[in-house]
Design a protein around this ligand. Structure first.
Ligand SMILES: Nc1ncnc2c1ncn2[C@@H]1O[C@H](COP(=O)(O)OP(=O)(O)OP(=O)(O)O)[C@@H](O)[C@H]1O
Ligand SMILES: [Mg+2]
Length: 383
């Protein structure tokens, strides 16, 4: 089975990579340091060898001179056997021989030293290359480490964000299903049952009409009319909840005014006010829908959760910004601690982000304030 990669696994992989790369960096650093130490030692040895070579050359030259003069003397002595004793000739001969041997040894030593010098110079060039390579490798590894530390963290964040988006997408589908269930239940329990009732009552009307009891017929007709009216009200409420048609027909401000009034009429114990500022004008559809939903959710949250006695809904249609403030004097909550599970607030954030706006919630025991501002002239982003 294929293993699912999540942020934790990725973190682990990245950590392992980082530690491996860090070890390699240390190793390369050690190699560089060793090469540098060897370089220093060899440099000293090279200086020493060079000095020795020049010493040998000097000594060799002097010795050569001496050998030459001895040879000259030897040839003089050899030519005049009669003038020199055998011992004298012997001495000159032995000395010349000694000198020549010394010179040969010296030249041999010099050769060895020269060879060592050349070898040292070659080795130093190679060590220099090693040091340079180690330095460039270490700096490349530093780049890799930065990449692993910073950019991979970003990759992780991107993956986490994508996952959150995916989860959010699933939540949307789930919410759509819930919404459908809720609507079908509402229609089933409300208008459908009322229509069935109306059908039944209309049969009663027909029967009492046939029986000629006018008063009863009229009472029944009145009751049927009441039922039709309340069904109509229910159907309209359901449609309104789905998508207020007034939003398309009249625009944001009148729709919200009506919506707030309707909510207020359902909750008489709460004083709910709508306070509009700025110009009353039509906005692009996506802004009107988004702002309506944002206000709807904030107001519903305040009504549902806050236990408030006062709620204010403010909307300002400014020149460059649209601003919404929904404040209540309720019990408050901690907006940070419920981040993951609450769909209403997540949906609000998502909507505001889509419009490149800003949402902030401040809440205390004295109440909650939802503040939303959306740049109005900014192009609508579909991403
Ligand atoms: N104005 C408020 N006053 C007090 N608590 C609030 C307020 N707004 C939100 N909350 C708290 O935050 C939680 C999350 O709100 P959210 O709108 O995300 O979810 P919900 O209202 O519980 O469910 P849904 O909106 O999906 O029907 C609420 O359950 C509530 O505890
Ligand atoms: Mg809610």
């Amino acid at each position: 089975m294929r293993k699912k990669i999540d942020e934790k696994t990725l973190d682990h992989i990245v950590e392992e990579m980082v530690s491996m790369v860090e070890n390699s960096k240390d190793e390369i650093f050690n190699i560089g340091e060793e090469a540098r130490r060897e370089h220093e030692n060899l440099l000293l040895e090279l200086q020493d060898t060079k000095e020795k070579v020049s010493h040998h050359i000097d000594n060799g030259d002097k010795l050569e001179q001496q050998v030459k003069s001895f040879k000259k003397r030897l040839s003089v002595v050899s030519k005049h056997f009669d003038r020199y004793s055998e011992a004298e000739i012997q001495e000159v001969y032995v000395n010349t021989n000694d000198m020549q041997t010394k010179l040969a040894v010296l030249r041999q030593d010099e050769k060895v030293l020269r060879k060592r010098r050349d070898e040292l110079e070659r080795r130093l060039v190679m060590l220099n290359q090693t040091i340079e390579r180690a330095e460039s490798l270490a700096s490349k590894i530093s780049v890799i480490l930065t990449y692993l530390h910073d950019d991979f963290k970003q990759v992780n964040e991107i993956i986490a964000e994508a996952k959150e988006k995916q989860e959010f997408g699933l939540k949307i589908i789930e919410a759509q299903e819930d919404e459908r269930k809720r609507i079908s239940r509402e229609i089933h329990d409300g208008p459908a049952q009322m229509l069935a009732n109306i059908l039944l009552r209309s049969e009663i009307v027909e029967r009492s009409f046939k029986q000629g009891t006018m008063d009863k017929t009229l009472t029944e007709i009145k009751s049927v009319r009441r039922m039709i009216r309340s069904s109509l009200y229910e159907v309209r409420r359901i449609i309104y909840d789905l998508r207020p048609m007034a939003l398309d027909d009249l625009g944001l401000l009148p729709t919200i005014k009506k919506y707030v009034a309707t909510v207020a009429s359902y909750h008489e114990s709460i004083k709910i006010e709508f306070i509009p500022y700025g110009e009353e004008k039509r906005l692009p559809q996506e802004y009107e829908v988004a702002l309506f939903r944002l206000i709807q959710e904030s107001l519903q949250n305040a009504v549902k959760h806050a236990k408030a006695t006062r709620i204010k809904v403010k909307l300002e249609i400014g020149k460059n910004n649209l601003t919404v403030i929904v404040s209540d004097n309720g019990i408050g909550f901690d907006p940070d601690s419920i981040k993951d599970k609450s769909f209403g607030l997540i949906g609000m954030r998502e909507r505001v982000e889509m419009l490149e706006g800003r949402l902030s919630i401040t809440s205390s025991e004295e109440g909650t304030k939802v503040f939303i501002t959306v740049p109005y002239n900014a192009p609508f982003s579909n991403s």
